[in-house]
Design a protein around this ligand. Sequence first.
Ligand code: AMP
Ligand code: GLY
Length: 431
Amino acid sequence: MNVLILGSGGREHAFAWKISQSKLLNQLFIAPGNAGTAQHGTNVAVDESDFEGIKNLVLEKQIDLVVVGPEVPLVKGIHDFFKADEALQKVAVIGPKMEAAQLEGSKDFSKKFMLRHNIPTAAYQTFVSQNIAEGYEFLEKLTPPFVLKADGLAAGKGVVILNDVHEAKRELHDMLFTHKFGNAGSRVVIEEFLKGIELSVFVLTDGISYKILPSAKDYKRIGEGDTGPNTGGMGAISPVPFANEEFMKKVEQRIVIPTIKGLKREKIQYQGFIFIGLMNVDGEPFVIEYNCRMGDPETEAVIPRIESDFLELLQAVGNQSLHEMELTISNQIAATVMLVSEGYPGNYTKGKKISKFLEVKESLVFHAGTKQSGEEVLSNGGRVMAVTSLGNTIEEALQKSFTNARLIDFDGKYYRKDIGTDLLLFFHAVR
Ligand code: AMP
Ligand code: GLY
């Protein structure tokens, strides 16, 4: 098979690394990719949202299967674009159509979907500028903290959590009237605050059956001890020790099955990944959000634990024969530490020479934001490289990742040194 991966981050490098090991692979292309993906296939300078450019590439290289990494092309309808084009119709696209991508693209859509299918989530209401007064009343009735979410895609920045009701009202006003999140904020979802520990569960579905991929915990804040602004993700651990068999059974029965059945019942075809952001509230799972793609950096921790041929699984998604497949997962623990540029998630510098990453032993290095420049590899994003290690214990995995996080070097390198430490007790409690 000839495969095209769309995207340029650590998630796409992890996909490329894994797919390149498949016995089914003939040629692998990544658009646009990064310096890391180029180790496993051919990078092509086409933007992930340039549908015409992608079409030309798919036809020229006789691509059989396209894996869509990020959400933007999905929400813009890349899958629909393929199915509507005679020349592209037969190409398998891993990633849902536009309508289904609304599970991520619109908070209001996803909340209504959960309500219709009895999927546990925080109580909520949606407001627009015309009924802001009702929004103020709703806030008065809630107990703090208040959770306000811009309805549309806001690059992970559309959620604001506030303790003070006056501040919450001001924020609601700003979101609706000053367009601080652009169009994404023309509707605002206000919801009940859920107190617990977050985790991410990933599902691969062909629309008929599904496989639950390894769970992961992400570290979103820039600062140690979960402080400071939100980032795309500073690290990940898989599996999540408190997501034990009993908890995962609840997730499957109350969330995964109703989600797949709900999509089917509403005749929303879904082929691809469903990323379910969950809150564990005293042992009970609640959905915080759906995403229509894999997480980043969670993918960098999840993929190395998958022992099955990943491309075979993706092919089965395209053929709707996923029920015939087996998913084998390693018992080892994966720890991913993200190296980021100074200043991230604010303004950061790019173009710094990265050294010593070729000396890394006992860890996988997934490039997140890099580019090749002659012989050198330069930083090319806020998140630069993800270091993943597998271990029989969490300590072993963390020790390898931190050793290599220290080794790899570039000007202004920063990483969180506390990834995984909150989980140490849980890992020991479950033994
Ligand atoms: P989202 O973009 O919906 O994933 O929200 C971003 C972050 O805000 C989540 O990862 C949570 O940490 C937090 N969050 C969102 N909704 C809630 C909620 N209802 N209760 C508590 N925290 C929340
Ligand atoms: N790491 C969170 C995300 O990919 O949305």
